[in-house]
Structure formats: structure tokens, C-alpha cells
Design a protein around this ligand. Structure first.
Ligand code: X8Z
Ligand code: ZN
Length: 659
């Protein structure tokens, strides 16, 4: 699978990831004052032969013209690779990835010659983007880009084609069959389904983790999947071997470009210094941590009721495999038994989708119609012809969901292995959010065709999905009656299991990578450092001791996929900020979590104003265009969960919380 990370396709080409025209202007490195008017730039020719403003402008135009062509080609190669992984598409993707990395690194180096020049704001911003444009830069020495691209391609494909075998895991054949039946024969009409447990695919492991309630099955599935990154592949190398080498090469590339390491390059894309950004995410975490702490305490107690003291001791971090998700990142799938005391149960959206005969296509159309209700134009015909909505039967694909913009015009698509579930119903809204953003900024110059900061891209569809309220579900006929206000706590808890539970995970993935890239964590400390963060922030632990030489971080898509992850943490904060702004715009007066802005053209119009800006301005300007504020702020998510917070505090008051 290809790994070109092009900045403009962030969130979209989550999987293309070698060249990444990442992130926005970093204040410390930009020479030009933010507001320098274009017309004021002197049109001088420097007699010393030093580069001039005109040279800079011509350079930027050359880069944009080249990128327009190569991006389309790269996207199409990456698409074919991601939807049909085999020897040849890996070969094509690796080759093209190397070509693109070299091109982008050359441009980034060339851009340095304009350092210190007083440039108009738009040119300065573009130059900065060119410098920051590679997620994983290769050094310029011969062969480095090729080696890096082969490694990243192999890492991505190893993840997506990874298989586990449960037959030698100590589970009985009955246990395995019971776990696999809902995955491979959900309707009970496929007597040919293989329930032996031999050849379980990546996306199937995810479904087992979501649906099984057998702690032994969960522990075995979890352990086998986390062992995959240590296994030697056909190349004779494990994902861990490849990752270690990748870090070396990309760090060398980053240093050539003037960054201390890759992590620092990644932190440079936020219109502030890398140090300020690191402090900014800690500040945001501080705002929401009390909410997480209460949720953790409550959920542990509920798990203890279900599984007992042996499996869930009340004074320990929670076993990571019991939370309904392979990475314990979102816990909504255990909402069937983690409920509020009175049984004020949330709506069972999984069941409603099945009962009302939804299929993946209808789930996608439903997502589209939400955006249409806000005034966005319908998706193009080609979206329906070219998207991969469900998993093709007979070939290897990247199942991890993504949204794509193939030509910077209107060839937008999603790629999913969708099943009929509440989780995928939210995910399809998430992906469509990427597509509508891509379409909105397609009129911008190539270098500005991306997210204001990468958290915005990840927040668009989620913000819309927050409007999937009971009133909305009733309006579109997915449920027959709106539950009374007395059931609100159940709804809020279900929402918190996804949204609040995610926060520490969203934060720690890149805290780990920052430590790895900086060299603070060495390869033989990968696993210990990973679990130190998992325990510190999430309060979880593995079901059994993990090997010291393991690479459990590699069992999460974005690590072998080299997709920066802090964006998802930012998006969890931003989506509530956007949502609250939209609810204010429609004059909503009730509790925040009951608000749906479905059908509001006014919200749609204002939202589109922000989306159209792409990355043409520093992100606080984009944020201000829609919300009127210039700071990322956790107070909207705190307000949303306020009633639940009161309840949790009361329930937890005699408990020993923490770990
Ligand atoms: O990777 C994704 C999207 C594609 S950009 C499906 N997400 C993160 C994840 O799955 O880990 C969305 C939520 C967090
Ligand atoms: Zn996304």
C-alpha cells in the first residue's frame, strides 16, 4: 500500500503517506508579517543576485503547477493500491511514493533560499507549507527516498493484510465459533461460513472486539492482534524492524530540512511554535480530564458488576480488551450493559438500523441527505460509481475508512468496509465531512487545498453526526418514538462512551510518537513507553504482560500508516465547539445535547464560509468565521456532558476512583 502523505489530502488520503504537505504556518519560521498586503511587496531586482519577491512568487507558481499534476496521478495510484493490495500495486505505490517524496524534499530545500525575505502573506504562507510539506521526509542522499517508500508501503500493507489464528489460543472450538458467528454469519443464513478461527482478517478482529462478551475470547483476539507487528513477514522483517529503520531515515530527512526531528516537524503545522503546540494540547486535556476521570471510574464499576473482581479489580487500570474496541479508544459498543442505574437506556441504533432495513448504501445516502439539508449540493454521480462502500469479497484492501479527493475538482469518494452498525453510521458521516470539506476548498490554490489545521478536517463530519439526536432519528423514521427527557442520561452516557473515552487515546498516540522521533524512547523501550502512556492517560492495562520487545503501537492503523494522530484529539474538542456555534445560530435554548441543526440553511451557509477558506488563512481566522472565537476550547464538550457529569460524580462519590 502506498504511503504518500500529501498535505492537501489529509484526512482524505489518510493512507497515502510518504509525502505530506503538512500543516500550516509556524510563526517562528515565517519571515513575513501575517498581514503584509500583497500589493505592498517591492518589485525589486536584487543586484547581489539574492532571491527576490518575484522569484519567490514564481517558485510558488511552479510548485503549484507541478503539484496539480502529480497529486492527481499519485492519488489514483494510491486509490488502486488501497482498494486492491497486491505485489504490483505495492510496487507502483512504492515507486511513486519515492518520486513524490524526492520532489517535495527538493522543493522544501529550494524554499529555504527565501528565508529572511520580506514576503507578502500569501506567498510566505505557501513557502512555509512547501517546507513543512512532507510528513516523512527522506534525506537527499541516493537511495534514501526509495528505501523509505518501500518501508512505508510494506508497513501499511502488512497492517491491512494482517491475519490472526485463534485455533492455538487455548479457546475451545465452541468459543471461537460463537465469537465468529456474528462476524461471518450475522443473519444466520450462511451455513458455509468458516467459524474455525484460522484466518481472521484485520477488520474482523475489530468486530469480534466489539461484539464478544467472553473475556477469554477478547483477551486472545486482542493478544494475537497486538503480536502481529512483531511477526517477520515475507521481507524477513517485522513491522517493528521496518518502523525502527523508518524513524532513522525520516529523522535524517527532517534534520536536513532544519527540524530537530520528525515530531517537531509535525508540531510545526499549527500557526504557532512546536513548543506552544505541545503546551496547547496539554491545556485542552486539562479542561476535559475531570470528565474522563469520572467516566473511567463509573465504567470500571459497571464492568466489575458484569465480569467480577477477578477480571476487573476495582483498584487497577481497566483491562484494555474489555471496552468494546481493539484499542479501547471508543467504548460505545459496550453501551448495551454499561448504562445508567434506572436502566434509562440509550437508543439502540444498531438494532434500529437492522430493523428498518438499512444497508451500507442507505446509510451513506442518509449521511448525504443531512448535508443536503444544510444546503450542500448532492454528491456527484461518480461518488456512487467509484466509492468502495463495502469490503470487496475476493481481494485485499485497506479496510480502515478514508475519504478521497482524486482530482481536486469533484472526483470525491469514500473507501470503507461498512457494516450495518451504529459505529459505521457515525463513521460514514465522518468520512462525508472530509469530502464536503475537500469540495468546498477546491477553488483555493493547490497549496491551500487543505484543512485550516488538521483537526478541522477530522471534526466536520463528527460535528454533523452530533446532530443525530432522537428528534432527528424520529424525523427520518429510524425510530418510532422519541424517548422522554428522563432518558437523557442514558443517551448522554452512550455518547460519552465514544466521545469522552476517546480523549486520552487521541492525545497519547502522538505523545508516544513524539518521544520515539525525538529519540527519548529507543526501539527496545517502544512497548514500555507505549504502556506507560496508555496507563497514565487512559487508565488501562493489557490483559497479560506484554513482551519488552513488542510493538503494540504498530497494531493501530495510524502508526504503520504514518498518519499523525493529534488531529483526532483536536477534532474531539473542535467538533463540540462547532456544534455549539451551530446550535447558537439556530437559537437553540434547550440542553445542548438535544440540539439538532438538521435542515438549517443558515448554519450550512456559514459553515461553508469556513470550509471554503481551506488553509488560506491561519486557523484562528477560520475558527472565528464560524464560531466567533479564535481559541480551541474544551468548554463546549464540558457543557454538553454537564448533566452526565453531575450524575457520575454522585454515583462515584463513595468509590475509590483512579488507578
Ligand atoms: O481514522 C479515523 C477515520 C478516518 S480519518 C475513520 N478516525 C480515528 C480512528 O479510527 O482511530 C476517526 C476517529 C479516530
Ligand atoms: Zn477522518
Amino acid at each position: 500500500m502506498s504511503h504518500i502523505v500529501l498535505r492537501r489530502t489529509i484526512g482524505a488520503l489518510a493512507s497515502i503517506s510518504s509525502l505530506a504537505l503538512i500543516a500550516a504556518c509556524s510563526a517562528e519560521k515565517t519571515a513575513a508579517p501575517e498581514s503584509a498586503p500583497t500589493a505592498a511587496a517591492p518589485a525589486s531586482v536584487d543586484e547581489t543576485g539574492a532571491p527576490t519577491v518575484e522569484d519567490a512568487r514564481a517558485f510558488v507558481e511552479k510548485v503549484e503547477a507541478t503539484y496539480r499534476d502529480v497529486f492527481e496521478e499519485a492519488s489514483r495510484i494510491a486509490w488502486v493500491n488501497a482498494t486492491y493490495i497486491n505485489y504490483d500495486t505495492d510496487w507502483l505505490a512504492a515507486k511513486n511514493g519515492a518520486k513524490l517524496t524526492k520532489l517535495a524534499v527538493d522543493y522544501a530545500n529550494e524554499a529555504k533560499k527565501f528565508n529572511g525575505l520580506d514576503l507578502p502573506a500569501d506567498v510566505a504562507r505557501k513557502i512555509e507549507f512547501i517546507k513543512q510539506g512532507v510528513t516523512l521526509p527522506a534525506p537527499t542522499k541516493a537511495g534514501a527516498a526509495e528505501e523509505l517508500s518501500e518501508i512505508t508501503t510494506r508497513l501499511g500493507s502488512s497492517y491491512s493484510t494482517g491475519r490472526i489464528d485463534l485455533t492455538n489460543s487455548g479457546l475451545s472450538a465452541e468459543q471461537i465459533a460463537a465469537a465468529l458467528k456474528p462476524v461471518r454469519d450475522p443473519k444466520g443464513d450462511n451455513s458455509d461460513a468458516d467459524l474455525s478461527g484460522k484466518d481472521i482478517r484485520q477488520n474482523e478482529t475489530e468486530i469480534v472486539m466489539r461484539l464478544s462478551r467472553d473475556p477469554a475470547v477478547l483477551a486472545a483476539t486482542w493478544t494475537k492482534w497486538n503480536d502481529v507487528p512483531m511477526r517477520k513477514g515475507d521481507s524477513g522483517k517485522s513491522m517493528k524492524d521496518d518502523y525502527v529503520r523508518m524513524v532513522e531515515i525520516a529523522n535524517e530527512g527532517a534534520r536536513e530540512l532544519g527540524y530537530p526531528d520528525v515530531g517537531s516537524l509535525w508540531r510545526s503545522g499549527y500557526d504557532m511554535s512546536p513548543e506552544e503546540f505541545a503546551a496547547e494540547v496539554d491545556r485542552l486535556w486539562g479542561q476535559v480530564k475531570p470528565l474522563y476521570d469520572e467516566l473511567h471510574c463509573y465504567v470500571r464499576a459497571e464492568l466489575n458488576k458484569k465480569y467480577g473482581d477477578e477480571v476487573v479489580p476495582l483498584d487497577q487500570p481497566i483491562r484494555a480488551d474489555l471496552l468494546g474496541n481493539m484499542w479501547a479508544q471508543e467504548w460505545g459498543s459496550i453501551g448495551d450493559f454499561v448504562t445508567v442505574g434506572s436502566g434509562g437506556s440509550a437508543i439502540d441504533l444498531d438494532k434500529a438500523l437492522v430493523d428498518k432495513g438499512y444497508d451500507p448504501l442507505k446509510m451513506t445516502k442518509t449521511g448525504e441527505s443531512f448535508f443536503s439539508s444544510l444546503g450542500f449540493a448532492p454528491l456527484p454521480e461518480t461518488f456512487w460509481e467509484r466509492s468502495q462502500i463495502t469490503k470487496p469479497r475476493d481481494r485485499e484492501v485497506v479496510c480502515h475508512a478514508s475519504a478521497w479527493d482524486l482530482d481536486s475538482k469533484d472526483d470525491i469518494r469514500i473507501k470503507m468496509c461498512m457494516t450495518v452498525s451504529a459505529e459505521d453510521f457515525v463513521t460514514v458521516h465522518h468520512e462525508l465531512g472530509h469530502n464536503y470539506y475537500q469540495r468546498a476548498y477546491s477553488k483555493q490554490p493547490v497549496l491551500f487545498q487543505t484543512s485550516a489545521n488538521d483537526g478541522f478536517h477530522e471534526a466536520i463530519g463528527d460535528m454533523v453526526a452530533l446532530s443525530i439526536t432522537p428528534d432527528y432519528l424520529k424525523e427520518i423514521g429510524l425510530i418510532d418514538a422519541v424517548p422522554p427527557a428522563s432518558e437523557d442520561l442514558g443517551l448522554l452516557l452512550r455518547q460519552a462512551l465514544d466521545k469522552v473515552a476517546f480523549l486520552p487515546f487521541g492525545l497519547l498516540v502522538d505523545k508516544w510518537r513524539w518521544e520515539v522521533f525525538s529519540g527519548e524512547v529507543k526501539p527496545d523501550q517502544y512497548n514500555a513507553a507505549w504502556w506507560a502512556l496508555r496507563t497514565q492517560y487512559q487508565g488501562i492495562r493489557p490483559p497479560a504482560d506484554r513482551p519488552d520487545d513488542g510493538f503494540d503501537a504498530g497494531a493501530k492503523y495510524h502508526v504503520p500508516g504514518n498518519t499523525p494522530y493529534m488531529r483526532y484529539f483536536l477534532a474531539r474538542i473542535l467538533q463540540f465547539q462547532f456544534y455549539k456555534a451551530a446550535c447558537d445560530q439556530i437559537g437553540w435554548k434547550g440542553p445542548l445535547h438535544r440540539c439538532s441543526f438538521y435542515g438549517s440553511k443558515e448554519v450550512g451557509e456559514k459553515f461553508n464560509k469556513m470550509l471554503e477558506m481551506g488553509a488560506s488563512q491561519p486557523w484562528p481566522d477560520a475558527l472565528e468565521a464560524f464560531t466567533g472565537t479564535r481559541q480551541m476550547d474544551g468548554s463546549a464538550i464540558v457543557e454538553y456532558f454537564e448533566p452526565l457529569m453531575e450524575y457520575l460524580k454522585e454515583e462515584n462519590k463513595d468509590r475509590q476512583c483512579g488507578w
